[in-house]
Design a protein. Structure first.
Length: 104
């Protein structure tokens, strides 16, 4: 083997070693980056039944009957969940509204 061939083989071995070290370094860097937790801010979700969201706290109450007893008007409503709601008014000429938003 000549000196020229030996030098060429040494350069090839050196280049292969450098390439291998670069690949190992890139793989190691990728593993370190991907193993950390996410750095972005997380979105906070609110419960649908919380008091802040009135859409799920209120329901419709619809008029079912009007009763006048001793000058007192009683408006009887039925909620969407089937609950009975009664509102009274001392004025016998007062009417009852057809529906309103009531608490669950």
């Amino acid at each position: 083997m000549t000196l020229k061939q030996t030098a060429k083989i040494s350069r090839v071995i050196a280049m292969t070693a450098m390439l291998a070290m670069a690949c190992v370094g890139a793989i190691g860097l990728t593993a370190v980056i991907s193993s950390h937790d996410a750095m972005a801010a997380a979105k906070t979700y609110k419960s649908k039944g919380s008091l802040e969201n009135t859409r799920h706290v209120l329901e419709k109450c619809r008029l079912k009957a009007v009763e006048v007893v001793d000058g007192v008007t009683m408006c009887v409503y039925r909620s969407q969940t089937g609950r009975r709601v009664t509102l009274t008014n001392d004025d016998p000429s007062a009417g009852c509204q057809k529906q309103f938003q009531c608490k669950r």
